[in-house]
Design a protein around this ligand. Sequence first.
Ligand code: UGA
Length: 440
Amino acid sequence: MSPMKQVLSVIGTGYLGATHAACMSSLGFTVIGIDTDPGKIEQLSKGELPFYEPGLDELLRTEVASGRLTFTTDFSAAAKADIHFICVGTPQKAGSLAADLTYVEGAVAAIAPHLKAGSLVVGKSTVPVGTAQKLLAQLSITAPQADLAWNPEFLREGFAVEDTLRPNRLVVGVTNDRAEEILKQVYAPILELKTPWIRADLPTAELVKVAANSFLATKISFINAMAEVCEAAGGDVTVLAQAIGYDPRIGNRFLQAGIGFGGGCLPKDIRAFMARAEELGAKQALEFLREIDAINLRARQRVIDLVRGELSDDLSLYSIAILGAAFKPDSDDVRDSPALDIAAQLSAAGANVTVHDPKAMPNAKKRFPALNFAPDAKNCVAGSDLVLHLTEWREYRDLNPTELFATVKNAIVIDGRNALDRDKWIAAGWKFHALGRTNA
Ligand code: UGA
């Protein structure tokens, strides 16, 4: 069958699934997105994206209008497809470090009765190593006519379309040549861009994903540990990062010191990796990730300590302005957001906290309705005793500190992302703090 004649289904139309579905449709495939959430499916069917992601809204609209991309809550629609991408979430289990596999297992069980002979189920969700083998064993009973492969996803929020259509590598875990061949055909337009192709076995493909995220988390916590040492020794972590980053073996990316990593991936992935290693009897190998997690959470605490040091232990007397709620810029995602966590902790400690974010306020409001929200950055800052810059949106870097100075009670700013122009803020009269940079 010609590859473009193949019909694809995408199970789970959250962040990963909606992006994958729209991108595969843009490559010319007929794509059916399936999800259990009727609200989400209704929105997507109208070409409306239920979250913010630059460039994906236009792509979704175009692909839905083309007629190639459709959405449904009916799992029997999978019967029309030849290849099925599993893109459901694997959140952290309540009360445990491990990943919750309910959705992955549920998705595979739901499509099993509808699988045609020769069809291929392709897992993209991030799962503990060993999951794919287990699912394949289940399919061999419930749908022996189908095969299973694992194809981890490395897309970053904010760059989801670019990372899907022009990834820096494609990794496929397969148990036979036929499955590899099918996936090579599906990704042919991407392979034409000379994208490296890595064939692996199932456990290695699963491990590549969590190893990559663990490495990234380690890099961030490494520089945040250096920030702590710089603070103790009177150094400047931004200069240190720049200097070590020129060594190509180290590289300058992911060395931005600040309040650390959050989001729906890095924190839960390193925890689930530790939990799985323990089950496998390899606990000691990943003990260091416990420290990576601890350094990361400590960065949030260091900001709160700095605030208390500047104001007082009784925060109920003060108004604090927080710029940023998303876990990173160009996203409206507040899952495990360091910015929102700090906002909530300061509010719980009695401070009058006002938050602004260009895109994430509706999600932040849903999570913490008791916080105050300001319509824009200037309103957020006005009348405050202290300003915290916690998500490095471009518009915050463009703020005029001289103009803001005139509107605040106390001109104190803490840059939790090392992204503001310190000299400019100091020249405008502000007392300026940043993690890992002493004010000397
Ligand atoms: C991450 C990975 O980068 C993707 O490759 C992966 O596909 C994805 O998880 C996933 O598993 O699905 P993402 O969660 O979108 O992507 O965000 P990142 O760009 O990795 O940023 C994670 C966090 O680290 C953010 O809170 C960011 O502010 C923080 N960060 C990043 C730093 O504190 N310092 C840095 O130098 C870089």
